[in-house]
Ligand binder design. Structure first.
Ligand SMILES: [Zn+2]
Length: 483
């Protein structure tokens, strides 16, 4: 290892020493995000934003394929609107940013900056919806929101963040429930297929549900330090907002009815999830589906390389690009190949191709996988098929590895003593019977810092006794310490 390679590695704190420090080091060194002059806000740098663009594209395709359309609602909301749904205002008021002046003038009615848009969307839907023929409305928006946070961490929790928020209105309760669950499936599919991040899809407890929702479903992932990350939520809002905002329609039977609404969102938090699911002590490991560069080509500068190696490296780049592979060629002369290897590894590029004079003689390139560090020669003639196949193998391998990690860090317990001893030791998910009462959930949280993540939808039905109170438990709940 050269000196420069060495100095790279030492710039990233090992995960085992301090996972949280490791995370911040990776975010900074890989140039994903930076702090802004306003405390708690982050600047998303081009490399981080490119990951977000892939997430947006992959999710937006899924929304469109299931009949949703995009729109845009304003950033400002009249303060009075927030107050109309009681639970909603209680949940969000402590985090709201206010605008009280415009230019030189004090505003008659202060504005708030949206922490989420239910109240504004509800106001508009009340104008737009008249009849059952206007339903369903399936609108999504890609936007920023502001929640005044006390403790922040890039991507995971910031005062302003980017997300999408879907807002739908339906004729019947069943349709709204179906929509809520459809979106949950899209989120799970995005997380598992594209982010290679296994997630538990399930129902939140009442105390963890969205302020104003009848039911909240979530996807929950397990990070490399054994803490859970809520990676997306889908809310069935019942008629809570339609009654608060008078969103009514004339039904098929001519009676006046309130619509049933849903809302759902995922955010730039997913990028934090990707970092903490896959990364290692050398830095980021990006799943090929969302990697800004899927392949980096590093030419070996020997002899008259600019006449021999470089043209071949360019030809390989062009061939792969023509096949739809996102490929970059690092032909810079100021750094050694070893320095480049370490740099692109740190940035998480899934596959590296090395080309030197000897490889040209053998009509091949040398490949190195970021996930397993396996190296293999690939004949020039096979590149167009082998590289896309290898990227898919890496995508799958990352998912499998993350799933195995989750399985190894999931413990089923039957008693509270067992629960406490697991929580005090090796972190991860703990699966335990729970009676459904908020008192037990609160006591568990107070005593162990573990929160109820969700009650997975697809799990075997287990009749047990609540670990806290001993009453009958209808289903197992999954607990963890969480971000
Ligand atoms: Zn209980």
């Amino acid at each position: 290892m050269t000196k420069s390679q060495n100095s790279f590695v030492t710039e990233i704190t090992p995960q085992s020493e301090d996972f949280s420090r490791w995370y911040l080091d990776v975010v900074r060194r890989a140039e994903l995000a930076d702090y802004s002059p306003v405390k708690g806000c982050m600047v998303i740098r081009p490399y981080g934003y490119a990951i977000w663009e892939h997430i947006q594209r992959l999710l937006d395709q899924r929304f469109k394929a299931t009949g949703h359309v995009n729109a845009y609602f304003p950033l400002f909301i009249p303060a009075g609107l927030l107050k109309r749904e009681k639970e909603h205002v209680e949940g969000f008021a402590p985090q709201v940013a206010w605008v009280t002046r415009g230019g030189d003038e004090e505003l008659e009615e202060p504005l708030i900056i949206r922490p989420t848009s239910e109240v504004l969307v509800g106001t508009m839907y009340a104008k737009w919806i008249k009849s059952w023929r206007d339903l369903p409305i399936l609108i999504n928006q890609w936007a920023n929101v502001v929640r005044w946070e006390k403790v922040t961490r890039p991507f995971l929790r910031t005062t302003e963040f980017l997300w999408q928020e879907g807002h739908t209105a339906h004729e019947t309760e069943q349709e709204a429930e179906d929509e809520t669950l459809l979106i949950l499936r899209l989120y799970k599919d995005l997380a598992e297929t594209d982010l290679a991040m296994p997630v538990l899809d399930g129902l939140k407890s009442d105390s963890e549900k969205f302020a104003g929702a009848s039911r909240t479903y979530s996807i929950e992932a397990l990070m490399g330090d054994g803490r859970a990350l809520q990676a997306g939520t889908s809310h069935h809002l019942g008629q809570n907002f339609s009654k608060a905002f008078e969103i009514q329609f004339q039904g098929r039977d001519k009676t006046l009815q309130h619509v049933w609404t849903t809302s759902w969102g995922v955010s730039t938090r997913l990028i934090g999830g990707v970092i903490m699911t896959h990364g290692d002590d050398s830095g980021l490991i990006l799943p090929p589906h969302v990697a800004p560069h899927q392949v980096v080509i590093v030419p070996i500068p020997r002899g008259n390389w600019k006449e021999t190696v470089l043209p071949k490296a360019e030809a390989v780049r062009d061939e792969l690009a023509a096949r739809g592979v996102r490929v970059t060629l690092d032909a810079s002369e100021e750094n050694s190949p070893g320095w480049k290897y370490a740099e692109w590894e740190m940035r998480g590029v899934p596959l590296r191709l090395e080309i030197g004079p000897k490889d040209i003689e053998k009509a091949q390139v040398f490949s190195a996988r970021r996930d397993t560090r396996e190296k293999a020669a690939i004949p020039f003639a096979d590149l167009g098929t082998r590289v896309p196949a290898l990227l898919e193998e890496i995508q799958q391998a990352l998912y499998t590895r993350a799933l195995r990690f989750r399985e190894e860090h999931t413990t089923e317990v039957a008693t509270y003593d067992e629960f406490r001893s697991v929580m005090a030791g090796r972190p991860g998910f703990v699966v335990a019977p729970w009676c459904g009462r908020a008192e037990c959930e609160a006591a568990i949280k107070a005593e162990t810092q573990a929160t109820l993540r969700n009650i997975p939808l697809n799990q075997p039905r287990v009749e047990g006794r609540c670990i806290k109170c001993g009453n009958a438990s209808p289903a197992n709940a999954w607990f963890a310490k969480a971000y």
